[in-house]
Design a protein around this ligand. Sequence first.
Ligand code: NAD
Length: 455
Amino acid sequence: MLEPLKVLNPATEEVVATVPAADAADVDRAVTRARTAQDAWATTTPADRARLLRRFADTVDQHLEELARLEVREAGHLIGNARWEAGNVRDLLLYAAGGAERLNGAQIPAPGGWNVTFHEPLGVVGVIAPWNFPMPIAAWGFAPALAAGNAVVLKPAETTPLTALRLAELALEAGLPEGIFQVLPGHGQVAGRALVEHEGVAKIVFTGSSRTGRDVMERCAAQMKRVTLELGGKSPNVVFADADLEAAADPFAFLDNSGQDCCARTRILVQESVYEEYTARLTEAVRAVVVGDPLDEKTQMGPLISRQQLDRVRDFVPDGADAIRGSAPAGPGFWFPPTVLTGERPDSRAAVEEIFGPVAVLLPFTDEQDAVRLANATPYGLSGSIWTRDLGRALRVSGAVEAGNLSVNSHSSVRYWTPFGGYKQSGLGRELGPDALTAFTETKNVFISTESTEA
Ligand code: NAD
């Protein structure tokens, strides 16, 4: 008997729920059901599939407040952010439904015939989600996968299974066929691994740490299984002297979701000539951040997800380290104050490794070349921001920084209608955007001869 999953409220440490953990036999049963359901789903008309996905979106919308409050309880997210996250699931479903209606192949002429290309669904897709944005990241996988005619088995993270389970109920309520979208809470090493290794699963969409991502990719390789990996980040916030320093000193570039954001701009690189002025602005802003009850609309930052994550973050910030510090409640709950480390070397552990908490490092640079060198000096390449009023420089630096999602004079990264993914150790493949559905298909080309067969 596997240890059940104990879901704690990160703001209070109260037990919210205890959820049975799936084992390999449960995964096998779910995949078998999914395969059966997928045969019929793949042959529904685009309009029928789109209609059901839109109904699913409407059902999510009708339960938006309930889903948001569940997200607050299991993940400690701010209520306003949690509402946005549930709304994001709805919007992803609507966007994917539109895609289902336009998933057409091509006709390509050739000497002596025609080529016809088809986008065929893969079959059963396994989605393995992390705890930091449980609802949206799961939907990045399941919405386009379903729209392209696949069945989905979703394994949420150990700490955040509740919103995923509720979404599965809402899918059935909306009329999605039984077995087409299943949620299996479980331990990564057991249920996650069983899903990755199951021969009936055609593709894995994994979002999580780079370490686990590597393991998933190796196991997929054994079966040549399709895989998309969205992994860690250590993104730069590059501030040139000519930038709007007030906007560039917004601490929510690294504090959103208590810093548990793969796109968090946690390496703040500031041009020497404005380093002092920038530091003063950032200090004021960090000290003003309101940390506390996630259900209070005035709160700006909530707790970390778990004690384990709190211990990990603490380990990067030794007592006495040079830092700008905000404040946080004492507990119960997994609280850590907004923190900017100011005495780090560019190659120190805190400056290079993903911390995944409300902690950034502040580093000076001399010129554009130095900024690009520092921006690229990590194994990651997910995101980043460039702050300057010089358009030419913004474009040059955007071209030189090795990352999949950059922003100029902004720290926003993710839109469901634009592609998202990482360079280097931040991942493999892209999600979202106009190509999201074709990532869940095989492209087949059929050549049809027009040669006369008459004698
Ligand atoms: P994690 O790698 O520990 O777990 C992610 C998921 O994988 C969980 O559901 C877990 O149960 C499962 N898992 C664990 N071991 C497994 C195994 N051997 N086989 C199959 N599945 C397994 O990551 P986490 O701590 O939950 O999430 C935080 C990480 O996710 C951070 O590194 C963050 O940067 C990353 N992340 C990346 C993106 C992105 O889009 N690039 C988005 C969000 C989070």
